[in-house]
Design a binder for this molecule. Structure first.
Ligand code: ADP
Length: 449
């Protein structure tokens, strides 16, 4: 097993990983930017190293600095968390060259699945249903338009390197195609330095259903059930739950089998998520595979009782999975609400600032993953998510009630947050009845969405 792990991340996920390491008897090294001197992760780890200025490019994305910190502290592995370098195959390759274990899949695998149009090809070859659309990459708007005209509108224009909703545009009509294509492509070039695009049929009112996968170095793959992440703003998740109330046992089994098959076909290793869209008639389509731990992993931890971070570390250290599919028992219902320092009334604009007062909820089945504390100043340089409240109860209705109670108890003064917005979602009748799709927020909160 590893002696010491460097965590190449910040915020609640860095804290989450430090905790798992400590419980496993593994020493930890935190890295922090100059803006994060007072951050909790830097204080909780056994060692902490400043890796550069506030800008992510010069700190949390600075591969050379992070590798130097790893070598200087004699850490034998790096956990990348999510975001930042977690899906960067070049970084995984550099780790390998330096004889440092990257806790995640191999660089080749990341390349294969991280490139979304490549991943579509791999899935098509494995006969996993994908959203109807292009097989080869598209670089040119006119060429794209011809394909879209044939497919029929509306279509979704997407960046191969896309993530976090960036480089993605819905196109309703042929007349809008070229403009939308160019905007999406420009966004992709700016964010990912890549002009490779692909086109998918637009699925109306879908649900976003994803399956959590664990795969070891010996070809064993298990799935830990689904998460329903249909509650989204700007194509980004806001509230996630498991199980999904939209799946029959038969559909759950079919989708779970497809997810395992997808991971096996790709030769996948470590924790990963296979994402699908489920249409209104019960057809499901692969959209992408995330080759890392995800923000919403606690939802799966609560229903499965399996610590995903520890599993990631064990797999990377070469241990086989200690559970077979039939040993995995999912119990009750879990919900996660992302707490963001943002203003839902102003198009979810980030609102950093100082947390003047803080009271976190607790109690049976309530979990809070966060790195903020009273008096903490949320820096303006990073993601606006500051906490995750997760609840677990015997069924969906009880979990909703528990979350309403927990959010009612949560006090976070000094900055604008989406706590009330989350509360409104939980109080919404359609949400309570499970009548949701990825259009839920734009439909029910048109001003905000
Ligand atoms: P990203 O990697 O940027 O998160 P995804 O491909 O995972 O992008 O899609 C994010 C969200 O965008 C989905 O959960 C869904 O809400 C919406 N979406 C993506 N593709 C389609 C599609 N073909 N039709 C309808 N909605 C889509």
């Amino acid at each position: 097993m590893f002696q010491k792990i460097l965590i190449a991340n910040r915020g609640e996920i860095a804290v989450r990983i430090i905790r798992a390491c400590r419980e496993m008897g593994i020493k930890t090294v935190a890295v922090y930017s100059e803006a994060d001197r007072e951050a909790l992760h830097a204080q909780l780890a056994d060692e902490a190293i400043c890796i550069g200025p506030a800008s992510s490019l010069e700190s949390y994305l600075n591969m050379e600095q992070i590798l130097s910190a790893t070598i200087a502290t004699k850490a034998d592995a790096i956990h990348p968390g999510f975001g930042f370098l977690s899906e960067n195959s070049k970084f995984a390759q550099m780790c390998q060259k330096c004889n440092i274990t990257f806790i995640g899949p191999s660089a080749e695998m990341m390349e294969r699945m991280g490139n979304k149009s490549e991943a579509r090809k791999t899935m098509m070859a494995a006969k996993v249903p994908v959203v109807p659309g292009t097989k080869e990459p598209v670089y040119d708007a006119e060429e794209g338009k011809k394909i879209a005209d044939e497919m029929g509108y509306p279509v979704m224009i997407k960046a191969s390197s896309g993530g976090g909703g960036k480089g993605m545009r819905i196109c309703e009509r042929a007349e809008e195609f070229c403009e939308n294509f160019c905007t999406a492509q420009m966004e992709s070039v700016r964010a990912f330095n890549d002009n490779t695009m692909y086109i998918e049929k637009y699925i109306a009112h879908p649900r976003h259903i994803e399956f959590q996968i664990l795969a070891d170095k010996f070809g064993n793959v298990v799935q830990l059930g689904e998460r329903d992440c249909s509650i989204q703003r700007h194509h980004q998740k806001v509230l996630e739950e498991s199980p999904s109330c939209a799946l029959s046992e038969e559909l759950r089994k079919n989708m779970g089998d497809a997810a395992v098959h997808a991971a096996k076909a790709a030769g996948y290793e470590n924790a990963g998520t296979v994402e699908f869209l489920l249409d209104e008639t019960g057809n499901f389509y692969f959209i992408e595979m995330n080759t890392r731990i995800q923000v919403e992993h606690p939802v799966t931890e609560m229903v499965s009782g399996i610590d995903m971070i520890k599993e990631q570390i064990r797999i990377a250290a070469g241990y086989p999975l200690d559970k077979k599919q039939e040993d995995i028992k999912l119990q009750g219902h879990a919900i996660e609400c992302r707490i963001n320092a943002e203003d839902p009334k102003r198009n979810f604009m980030p609102c950093p600032g100082v947390i003047e007062e803080l009271h976190l909820p607790g109690g049976f089945g309530v979990r809070v993953d966060t790195a903020v504390y009273q008096g903490y100043e949320i820096p303006p340089f990073y993601d606006s998510m500051i906490a995750k409240v997760i609840v677990h109860d015997k069924d969906r209705a009880s979990a909703i009630n528990k979350m309403r109670s927990a959010l009612g108890e949560l006090i976070l003064e000094g900055v604008v947050t989406n706590i009330d917005f989350q509360y409104e979602i939980l109080n919404n009748k359609d949400f309570q009845e499970g009548k949701t799709s990825t259009d839920f927020i734009p439909e029910h909160f048109p001003v905000e969405g």
